[in-house]
Design a protein. Structure first.
Length: 210
């Protein structure tokens, strides 16, 4: 947070030097702050994944969303495009969101890790512990009503548990006062389509809550 505060201060000093003296604080700070964190992520080399990425993948969607989806890490398509959930699993996630009666642009989508692990291997615990502050900052700024954890890594990390996703899914938990629904990752559903009905049960609980 110290770095973010310093960056915000520098940003406003630059703006002041270029002659801008008035700001719409009521509507701008969240955009500005998230842009600054995104910029930090795009330059981040705190773990070895920074050297291997094509693009970092910060997150996308409505920064005032009531619902935030958190996945695991960027895959190949996401690394190329710099956007979360744009590959086959992403298309399935979009279908799920639309089936809930909302648009993808209405929610916010991000991941635990902001850079792609090589060959889409699982995130390492040390990578998660180094990168996770970026996600905490995003959630603190967006302040959603509900977080949906997509898969084991997002759900276990945010709930601080090692329980398997098959046990976690479908039951409301809480992450720092925010309702948290763990469910299966769309990539898992592509391999196990018979479990789509379980995810739909979880989404119905979210819809009721929203
Ligand atoms: S994965 Fe996270 S900590 Fe590692 S380089 Fe990318 S942004 Fe930085």
């Amino acid at each position: 947070m110290q770095n973010i505060r310093r960056d915000i201060k520098n940003y406003f000093e630059m703006e002041r030097e270029s002659g801008i003296s008035e700001y719409l604080f009521s509507s701008k700070p969240k955009d500005v702050q998230l842009s600054l964190v995104k910029n930090q992520v795009s330059n981040c080399q705190k773990c070895s994944l920074g050297k291997m990425r094509t693009n970092s993948v910060f997150g996308s969607g409505n920064i005032n969303a009531k619902l935030v989806f958190v996945g695991e890490a960027p895959g190949r398509d996401e690394d190329i495009q710099g956007m979360p959930f744009v590959g086959e699993a992403g298309m399935l996630l979009t279908k799920i969101i639309e089936a809930m009666g909302i648009k993808r642009d209405d929610v916010y989508i991000c991941n635990i890790l902001k850079c792609r692990p090589p060959q889409n291997r699982n995130p390492l615990p040390e990578e998660i512990s180094i990168c996770i502050d970026y996600l905490y900052t995003q959630i603190d700024m967006i302040k959603p009503k509900i977080i949906c954890g997509l898969g084991k890594f997002a759900s276990q990390t945010l709930l601080g548990t090692e329980a398997p996703i098959s046990k976690l899914r479908g039951t409301w938990s809480e992450y720092r006062g925010i309702k948290f629904m763990p469910t299966y990752h769309p990539a898992y559903l592509l391999r196990n389509p018979h479990d789509k009905k379980l995810v739909w049960e979880d989404m119905k609980k979210i819809m009721n809550e929203l």
